[in-house]
Every structure is written in C-alpha cells, then in structure tokens.
Design a binder for this molecule. Structure first.
Ligand SMILES: Cc1cc2nc3c(=O)[nH]c(=O)nc-3n(C[C@H](O)[C@H](O)[C@H](O)COP(=O)(O)OP(=O)(O)OC[C@H]3O[C@@H](n4cnc5c(N)ncnc54)[C@H](O)[C@@H]3O)c2cc1C
Length: 100
C-alpha cells in the first residue's frame, strides 16, 4: 500500500509469474479467504472441491443421521442468518429421526 495519510495505491505480486502490478485506489478491504475445518470428515463424508461437506436439503450428509449445517456445508451462502437457518433445519431433521 502506498500513500501519505490515506492509501492511494496498492501493489500486488502475481505468485505465478512474480509480475508486480499497481492500482490507483481510494480505499482497501482485505479479504484473506476461509477454509472449512472439515479435514477430519474427509474419510467418512463427501466433501466438495472446496472441502465443504455435501448435504441434502434437510442437511443430512451421505451417512444417514449425520448432519452438517452452517458455513461448513456445500453451497452455504456464509451468512449468519443462513447458518442459523441450516442449523435449525438440521436440528428439526434430527428430531424427526428421533421421533420415529
Ligand atoms: C470477517 C467476517 C465478517 C462477517 N460478517 C458477516 C455479516 O456482516 N453478516 C453475516 O450474516 N455474516 C457475516 N459473516 C459470516 C458469519 O460469521 C458466518 O456465516 C457464521 O458465523 C457461520 O456460523 P457457523 O456456526 O456455521 O460457523 P462459525 O461461526 O465459524 O462457528 C463454528 C464453530 O465451530 C468451532 N469448531 C471448528 N472446528 C471444530 C472442531 N473440530 N471441534 C469443535 N469445534 C470446532 C469453531 O471454533 C467455531 O466456534 C462474517 C464472517 C467473517 C469472517
């Protein structure tokens, strides 16, 4: 980042060809990405290419009665409200299994 009191430019380095590019900017938001902590499930459950756990519409994984919800599941929109919603779906699905 370059500038005096405020940022005016950012430079980035391409990790493949080491080329440096510079961009004029008025502000910067840093996003470092995220990776789900699903390693311990990779042998048992199906994970997608991003290591998110694949579930059906009631949040059940490929193993009956094992559920995944929140940011860790495939196709999550990674928002608090959708994480809570998928958690509620998983709990209700589990409760239905326990009722029978
Ligand atoms: C910087 C940032 C800003 C965000 N801003 C917004 C926003 O403005 N609005 C919005 O709706 N959403 C926002 N989100 C997304 C929101 O935080 C997530 O969608 C939500 O927290 C997901 O809830 P979760 O319970 O699925 O996962 P998490 O909140 O990540 O909770 C998972 C929990 O599991 C624990 N855990 C992980 N592995 C294990 C393990 N092996 N054993 C036991 N515990 C474990 C973790 O420590 C953590 O406490 C933001 C996220 C980030 C990172």
């Amino acid at each position: 980042m370059k500038g005096d009191a405020i940022v005016k430019q950012v430079s980035s380095k391409n990790t493949k060809d080491a080329k440096i590019s510079t961009l004029e900017v008025a502000g910067v938001f840093v996003a470092i990405g995220s990776k789900p902590n699903s390693n311990q499930w990779q042998e048992l459950l199906s994970l997608d290419e991003g290591s998110y756990i694949i579930t059906n519409e009631v949040m059940e994984t490929k193993i009956p009665r094992i559920f995944a919800a929140g940011d860790v599941h495939h196709n999550s929109t990674r928002q608090a409200i959708t994480a809570a919603g998928s958690g509620a779906t998983a709990v209700i699905s589990a409760e239905r299994f326990l009722s029978f």
